[in-house]
Write a protein that binds this ligand. Sequence first.
Ligand SMILES: [Zn+2]
Length: 319
Amino acid sequence: MGLKRTATTAVERILTNPLYYGFQHVKAWKHNPGGLYPLKNHEPIVDPTTWKLVNEKIKRGSKERKIYDDKIPLRGVLRCHCGKLLTGAASRGKMGKYYYYYKCSIASAHNNINSEKAHKQLSGALELMSLPEELISSIKEKSEVEMEITLKEHKTLLKQHQIEYEQAGEKLMSIEEKWITNRIQHDTYERWHNELTTKKESLKEQIEKLRHNGDRTFSLLRDQLFYLSDLNYVYTEATTIEKQELIKMVFDDYLYYENGIYRTPYIMEPFVRNELKIREMGYLDYTKKRDNFSIIPSSGAGEIRTLVQSWYCIRFLHV
Ligand SMILES: [Zn+2]
């Protein structure tokens, strides 16, 4: 309510300000080295792990280079509690067999996890996060109703756009005619020409989108939803790239590891189930740290859309 910053970086500046987790940048002075130091008499309002995860996410952008290895599929998605993505490596055992590890490049004391153990834990968690069959059929029913409504809306919108598209075309022709017959100045012609061409192009794009999107999402949902009754199967059968997309989506890129257990502040809403058991089994500790604002709990519509989008992404993102 009292925020004075208006620059496009305003939110980023807030998120990257260490004051929020009780630290402060101090400049080097005389013999004292500079760096980040904890503040006295200042209570942090964000815990350090959340702050670091968020800041890793900001820093990363799209620059990150990725080398996929099927033996260590979590390299590139699983994080250390310090926020850094874990790297993976192999080491040779006494019998010549290779063992794979996930570790933190900042300090091996942070994390050094046997990949077999890590994979078993993840499978265990995913299995327990699977959707019960009743939920799947109820989502299917609801989504069919939702989709029908959406498709109807799309049809109406499509008609509207097509009419507007034709009108823009006619106007464009009339402008050209006026210019050819010397009834308007060149700059007037140019202004209208540009405006109408841009409008036509954007309408064409929207028309194309409306023609293709609806049907595809619907059939995808119908065909793929069933598999969510065994999330671990979905994960196991997926390629490494698909695995990473799935994990990133379900945990919104927040999955990390600390003291022998996976942890996350976020799980995609439909998969939040059996949390206590999953923690007791030592697989995953889910401590909710933010509200899932994209979900509309009353109708379930948000969840369904999220699911459809997930599937859409997983199946087609890597083509
Ligand atoms: Zn670390």
